[in-house]
Design a protein around this ligand. Structure first.
Ligand code: GTP
Ligand code: MG
Length: 340
C-alpha cells in the first residue's frame, strides 16, 4: 500500500486509478492507504458543480477544465451520479463531451455511481477527492445531479459550490425547486443562447435579494459555528458573500473567464477573512460526526444478539413500548453485554 501511495505522489496515473478503485469499493487496505496519503491533502481547491438534470453541468465542466488547463492548472474530475447504479449512458455521454480532454496528462476524469446507500456514495466521494488532492491536482471538480441530499453532502466537501441553472426547463427556477439555491457560492445561468435566459437571471436575482440578509450583518464565530449577526458600530465586519450570477454558453465556451473570475473572488473572500479556517473546522466536525455515527451503530449491532432488534421492533408495533423506550432498552442491553 505504501509503494502504491508513493507511486501516486510521484504522479503515476495507474496508481491513481487503482487507489480510486480501492477507495470507491472499500477494498482491503483502504484505511491504510488513506492514512498514508492524508498528510499530502488539503492543497487542492475543490469545486462542486450541481444543478437539475440536463442544465449543462458536464459541458460546463469540460469548458472550465480547458480554461484552467490554459491557465496552467491541473484538474481532477469526479462525476457522481447518485440517481442510478446504471448510469452507463450518462457516463458515456460525458466521455464524449469530455473527449477534448483525453490525452492530456494534466486532467483525470473518474465517474462514480451509487453502489449501496447515498451515505456510502458521499463517503466514497469524500475519499476520492482526497486521493486526487494528494495526487497533486490544483483543482478538483465534482459534478452531481440536483437530487437533494447529495448536493448538501458536496457542499460539505467543496470550497466553492456552483449551482447551474438553465432557461427553458419550465417556468420555475429548478434550483429553488430542488432546494439547492441556498448552497450556491456562484450561480451560473448556462444555455444563455436560449430564449428565457434574461428571465432566469431576473428570477435568480430576485430570489437572492429576498434571501440575503440586510447589509449591516456580518458573520461571527460562535463556538466554532458561523452565525449572522448585526455589525456593532465602528467594528470590522466579515461581509457576507453575495453569490454572483454568471451567464455562460458552455457549448461555445462563452462566459467561462467570468466564471473563473467569480470562483477566484470567492476564494479570495474565504482566504481574506479567515472564514476558510472556520469552514474547514466545520467540515472536519461534520465528517467526524458522520463517521462516529456509522462506527457506533456498527459496533452496537455487533454486540447485540441477532434477534434483539427484531424483538423491540415487534413490541413497538404492538404498542407495548414507545420508540424512545425501545432505544433505551437497546442501549441497556448493550451496556449489559459490554459488562459481561
Ligand atoms: N444551447 C445550449 N446547449 C447546451 C449548453 N450547454 C450544454 N448544452 C447541451 O445540453 C445537453 C445536456 O448537457 P450536459 O452537459 O450533459 O448536462 P448535465 O447537466 O451534465 O446533464 P446530467 O449530467 O444528465 O444531469 C447537451 O446536449 C449539451 O450539448 C449551452 O450553453 N447552450
Ligand atoms: Mg452530466
Amino acid at each position: 500500500m505504501k509503494t502504491l501511495v508513493e507511486a501516486l505522489l510521484r504522479g503515476e496515473r495507474r496508481a491513481l486509478a487503482r487507489l480510486l478503485t480501492i477507495v470507491e469499493n472499500e477494498r482491503e487496505g483502504m484505511d491504510e492507504a488513506l492514512a498514508t496519503l492524508f498528510p499530502h491533502t488539503g492543497k487542492a481547491w475543490v469545486i462542486g458543480i450541481t444543478g437539475a438534470p440536463g442544465t449543462g453541468k458536464s459541458t460546463l465542466m469540460n469548458a472550465l477544465t480547458k480554461a484552467y488547463r490554459k491557465a496552467g492548472k491541473t484538474v481532477g474530475i469526479i462525476a457522481v451520479d447518485p440517481t442510478s447504479p446504471f448510469s452507463g449512458g450518462a457516463i458515456l455521454g460525458d466521455r464524449i463531451r469530455m473527449r477534448d480532454l483525453a490525452g492530456d496528462s494534466g486532467v483525470f476524469i473518474r465517474s462514480m455511481a451509487t453502489r449501496g446507500s447515498l451515505g456510502g456514495l458521499s463517503r466514497a466521494t469524500r475519499d476520492a477527492i482526497r486521493v486526487l488532492d494528494a495526487a497533486g491536482f490544483d483543482i478538483v471538480l465534482v459534478e452531481t445531479v440536483g437530487a437533494g441530499q447529495s448536493e448538501v453532502d458536496i457542499v460539505r466537501t467543496a470550497q466553492t459550490t456552483i449551482v447551474v441553472e438553465a432557461p427553458g426547463l419550465g417556468d420555475d427556477v429548478q434550483a429553488i425547486k430542488a432546494g439547492i439555491l441556498e448552497i450556491a457560492d456562484v450561480l451560473v445561468v448556462n444555455k444563455s443562447d436560449r430564449p428565457g435566459a434574461d428571465n432566469t437571471v431576473r428570477s435568480l436575482r430576485a430570489m437572492l435579494e429576498l434571501g440575503h440578509p440586510a447589509s449591516r450583518t456580518q458573520l461571527i464565530q460562535h463556538h466554532g459555528q458561523l452565525l449572522e449577526a448585526p455589525v456593532p458600530a465602528g467594528e470590522h465586519a466579515i461581509t457576507l458573500w453575495m453569490p454572483p450570477i454568471v451567464r455562460t454558453v458552455s457549448t461555445e465556451e462563452t462566459g467561462i473567464d467570468e466564471l473563473m473570475a467569480a470562483i477566484e473572488s470567492h476564494r479570495a473572500y474565504l482566504d481574506d477573512d479567515g472564514v476558510l479556517d472556520t469552514l474547514d473546522q466545520q467540515r472536519i466536525e461534520i465528517e467526524l460526526h458522520d463517521r462516529l455515527q456509522d462506527a457506533l451503530l456498527t459496533r452496537l449491532l455487533r454486540v447485540l444478539p441477532g434477534d434483539s432488534l427484531a424483538g423491540v421492533i415487534r413490541r413497538v408495533q404492538m404498542r407495548e413500548m414507545t420508540p424512545q423506550q425501545a432505544v433505551s432498552a437497546v442501549l441497556a442491553l448493550q451496556d449489559e453485554r459490554l459488562l459481561k
